[in-house]
Design a protein around this ligand. Structure first.
Ligand SMILES: O=P(O)(O)OC[C@H](O)CO
Length: 373
């Protein structure tokens, strides 16, 4: 059942690549039946080499490996690497390669990040197979064990067989998916649900977030690298702050891969700060992670909660109600707030005209882009 809560899961927060990359590689190395991987970004480089090696080794051990990449996000994966994957026996497919069709279809991207091992364990987060994730960007992942893995696998299987998905060049390898295995429930496990979204057609992640913001009793903390929120989300954040909820945003500072997106989002700072929302700009590196904490509810995955993502992309997040995970996420936020610069409302109100002009220009571009259909 789509988006259903399932009991009996275990969730493990894996902050930073130094934690989640070894955990994922170890899980692939231990796989006995199948490995399903779905990524938005994969570009040739050191990390892609490691991914190709670990997947190829799994195939050699007799494990069925299926890799589904977004047709745009994988454009910088060289033909040599594609061949290497397919010749080693990895089944390779691409979602919606860029083509001579409508702009709307080209803009619809598979932004999800999913790894499923033997139907028993899954990983999600904001990661991709590009070198920036080795240490230049701050990223997190979540390991999921238990019945909800079945829904992650279902998401993968549906897209693998979508009419928009194409086989790699050596199409012969792109055979059928392995027989499905059912995960076991853990005694004392926790409830969770895999949430998916498909642009403006299906907005379950966004509606769920709105509901949690409305219902938050003490805390609503949100981290996103691309903060260009919809009017509906801004209104809810403002209302939550006004009714005394601790509303905080963890956003990138000047280290950003798309500085224009930051300026476009900064045009909303003043009204949010005025309402009592606290804004922290992360200083050490570009923070690319996407996670939310509302009381004991946690959501981690691919969704940036910006209106571009919400309008066009396929997204998937894990939601969980788990006191231990909530405590871990809270500590993670606190560590990252400490490594951030808090935006001071009075100083922001006096910011220079150059900054205001940039916000205006990128805000205008954002408005134009959002009118594309
Ligand atoms: O789309 P994300 O959030 O996975 O981030 C990838 C960026 O678009 C790369 O510039």
């Amino acid at each position: 059942m789509q988006n259903a809560w399932r009991e009996g899961n275990r969730f493990t927060l894996l902050p930073e690549a130094s934690c989640f990359l070894p955990a994922m590689f170890e899980a692939v190395n231990a796989a006995r039946h199948y490995v399903l991987v779905e990524l938005y970004l994969m570009e040739s480089g050191r990390l892609a080499d490691q991914v190709i090696d670990v997947l190829s080794n799994a195939v050699q051990r007799g494990v069925c490996v299926c890799l589904l990449l977004d047709g745009y996000g994988s454009m910088k994966l060289t033909n040599g690497d594609r061949q290497r994957l397919e010749q080693s026996g990895v089944q390779l497919r691409f979602f919606n390669p860029i083509g001579f069709h409508s702009l709307a279809l080209n803009l619809s991207r598979d932004h999800r990040k999913i790894v499923v091992i033997d139907g028993e364990q899954a990983f999600t987060g904001g990661f991709g197979a590009v070198d920036e994730f080795l240490n230049a960007w701050y990223e997190i992942a979540l390991r999921i064990d238990g019945p909800v893995v079945t829904d992650w696998e279902q998401l993968f299987r549906r897209l693998w067989n979508s009419r928009l998905t194409r086989a790699g060049k050596e199409g012969a390898n792109a055979g059928s998916l392995p027989e499905r295995r059912e995960p076991q429930a853990h005694p004392n496990g926790m409830p969770g649900r895999a949430m998916s979204a498909r642009g403006y057609r299906y907005q379950a992640i966004r509606h769920s977030l709105h509901d949690r913001v409305n219902r938050a009793e003490t805390r609503l903390w949100l981290c996103t690298p691309y903060f260009v929120p919809t009017f509906a989300l801004r209104r809810r954040l403002v209302r939550a702050a006004r009714r005394g909820i601790d509303v905080r945003l963890l956003l990138p500072g000047a280290k950003h891969d798309h500085p224009g997106v930051r300026f476009a989002g900064q045009r909303f700072y003043q009204s949010l700060l005025k309402a009592g929302v606290r804004i922290f700009e992360f200083q050490p590196t570009f923070i690319h992670a996407k996670f939310v904490l509302a009381d004991e509810w946690v959501s981690i995955g691919s969704c940036n909660f910006d209106h571009w993502n919400l309008h066009w992309n396929l997204e998937a997040n894990q939601e969980a109600i788990d006191p231990q995970l909530a405590a871990d996420v809270r500590q993670l936020f606190e560590r990252n707030f400490a490594a951030s610069q808090e935006v001071d409302a009075a100083a922001w109100a006096e910011r220079p005209w150059g900054q205001r002009a940039r916000e205006w220009v990128y805000g205008l571009m954002d408005g134009i882009i959002m009118r594309l259909k």
